[in-house]
Write a protein that binds this ligand. Structure first.
Ligand code: ADP
Ligand code: MG
Length: 292
């Protein structure tokens, strides 16, 4: 069974808003030297709002199509866009036939043409090129830390929607504290684009950023770090994160995250608060020192 001090450690953790599923986890957590974080919904609140819209078309009815397509997606970006465009949603809509394009976005049929809503790769894959001015707008929004959603129709870019998310308030200090607590490598992984990811990481004690990832790429990074001999913890919130949570030596789920993530994880941050993570790392190191 778990040593007595580990049990005390777990009890202490529960009081601090953290759920640790067993004594072995405390041992593993004490050894962690690398923490890998998902960006959206983990380092950020995931409560997104449309902050900026750039228009390159006179056909404003297209926004009704965008709203209807995004209504069929459960992506957090889609939810923000539907909320923003709710006025464009007709009360009784014949459901649009839509398609999810993995790691890219959505496509739907709008007035006998395909309407694309997603990232730059989605438009690129479908032969839609951006002008120099449009690219400039895109990069300005991304450098500002916004996630960008592009709308393409009839071979042209019609809109760019800039979606803002906010870093959880305690995250900057919590990451700095993890470094002080002896965690050597802090890594951010995201499906979002490089410029946006870089802008978010800039204000944080993040050592490494990897962007434009497909869900399966996250677990590849966890394995790569493990092959380098590191002891890896992964922190995430989504269904996409569960393979990484299971692969890492310590999987840490946000309490407000999806059920699958919470079930797969070894540690749950009950209030989705990173302050609890600092407590847990401190406790684990102290507890493991006591049992030696
Ligand atoms: P993540 O949510 O971690 O970024 P996904 O694989 O779900 O990873 O999506 C990858 C990218 O594809 C997103 O960052 C976004 O740019 C685009 N995308 C996915 N779904 C949608 C959607 N419903 N609407 C707009 N863009 C989307
Ligand atoms: Mg996430």
């Amino acid at each position: 069974g778990a040593p007595v001090s580990n049990v005390a450690g777990i009890g202490n953790g529960a009081k601090n808003g953290i759920l640790i599923k067993g004594g072995d986890v405390v041992e593993s957590l004490a050894k962690v030297d690398t923490i890998v974080f998902d960006k959206t919904g983990t380092l950020t609140t995931g409560k997104m709002t449309v902050a900026d819209t750039k228009s390159y078309t006179d056909d404003k009815t297209l926004l009704a199509g965008v709203a209807q397509i995004e209504k069929t997606s459960d992506h957090p970006l889609a939810q923000a866009i539907v909320a923003h465009l709710s006025a464009h949603l007709p009360a009784d809509t014949a459901t649009l036939e839509t398609e999810t394009i993995k790691g890219r976005g959505m496509a739907g049929n709008w007035h006998d043409n395909q309407l694309f809503v997603g990232n730059a790769a989605l438009l690129n894959d479908n032969g839609i090129e951006l002008t120099a001015d449009q690219l400039n707008d895109l990069h300005t929004m991304q450098d500002d830390g916004q996630s960008t959603v592009l709308v393409g129709y009839q071979g042209k870019l019609a809109f760019i929607l800039g979606v803002a998310d906010t870093v959880r308030p305690e995250v900057p200090e919590a990451l700095a504290a993890l470094k002080r607590q002896g965690i050597k490598h802090l890594v951010m992984l995201t499906g979002d684009n490089q410029a946006t990811a870089q802008a978010v990481a800039e204000s944080l004690s993040i050592d490494e950023v990897h962007a434009d990832l497909l869900p399966a790429d996250k677990v590849t990074f966890v394995k790569k770090f493990q092959d380098m001999g590191r002891n890896v913890a992964f922190v995430g919130d989504g269904i996409n994160d569960s393979p990484s949570l299971a692969t890492a030596s310590v999987g840490i789920a946000m309490g407000g995250g999806t059920d699958v993530a919470i079930e797969t994880a070894d540690v749950v941050l009950m209030q989705s608060s990173f302050t609890a993570l600092n407590h847990a790392v401190g406790l684990a190191k102290k507890t493991s020192a006591n049992t030696k």
